[in-house]
Design a protein around this ligand. Structure first.
Ligand SMILES: [Zn+2]
Length: 253
């Protein structure tokens, strides 16, 4: 057993159903002292919000060999009692320090992550395109959570694969990417994107605007991570969007 201390939630995927019918999200957290990125999976939806600060007792998942990947101690037995193993702080990570934190983790290009078998990386993208791929005729709401841990949590949880659309972004890495094909097309798993599609059916294309993808007033960074079934394949777990600070005057130019 390992106690991981001072973690900050930097990304969270939309819910997926596990084979045993549990509904889970994948949480990516940054360890504040080492700036390492860590995957905690599975976690029931509703336990974490982005920028939460927490400690957690974890153990290795023998079935998942991806780098820095942990499961919460006894998560299966204690699925509804994770407060035994999660110690959440009251305050979230301060808003005005978030971009700085992301920058301090450092940026990568996709080829480096693949080459070094990294679980995660942060990419400075040159965004080319945003698309929605239709996966189903309609969005099927079939999963309902009876007991929720947080009142903000929507009562209906929709499985990622049951949504009508799946969003994709096409981009190039801003840096010396050595991938044969410099143009990458990756799906987005960010929880917020799926919540947007759940709340605004018919307006899914506005997601690109809600994410400020093509807005010059925002700095956009992608948190990408590899997937269990194909560790060389990466998806966009979360999109950081920070409004640019005003230019500093009198900078001696
Ligand atoms: Zn690249």
């Amino acid at each position: 057993m390992v106690l991981l201390k001072d973690l900050v939630v930097v990304g969270q995927g939309a819910p997926n159903q596990l084979r045993d019918n549990r509904i889970s999200v994948c949480v990516c957290a940054c360890k504040l002292d080492s700036k390492e990125l860590i995957r905690i999976y599975p976690v029931p939806p509703g336990w974490f919000r982005k920028w939460d600060i927490f400690n957690v007792e974890v153990e290795k998942n023998p079935q998942d060999n991806r780098e820095n990947t942990w499961k919460i101690k006894n998560s299966k037995e204690d699925w509804k009692r994770l407060y035994k193993w999660i110690y959440k702080k009251k305050e979230k990570y301060p808003k005005n320090k978030r971009e700085e934190l992301v920058k301090s983790i450092g940026f990568n290009v996709l080829s480096e992550l693949i080459e070094n078998k990294k679980s995660f990386g942060i990419i400075k993208p040159i965004i080319k395109d945003f698309e929605l791929e239709q996966k189903n005729k309609t969005t099927t709401k079939q999963l309902t959570l009876g007991d929720v841990t947080d009142l903000d949590e929507p009562f209906t949880i929709i499985n990622q694969k049951d949504y009508k659309f799946k969003p994709y972004i096409t981009y190039e890495c801003d840096g010396n990417c050595k991938c044969k094909n410099k143009v990458h097309r990756q799906s987005i798993s960010e929880r917020g994107c799926y919540e947007f599609m759940r709340k605004y059916p018919g307006r899914e294309m506005e997601l690109s605007k809600a994410l400020y993808l093509f807005d010059k007033e925002y700095n956009i960074y992608f948190l990408i991570g590899n997937i269990y079934k194909a560790p060389q394949t990466y998806i966009i777990i979360d999109i950081f969007r920070f409004k640019k600070q005003g230019l500093i005057k009198n900078d001696n130019i």
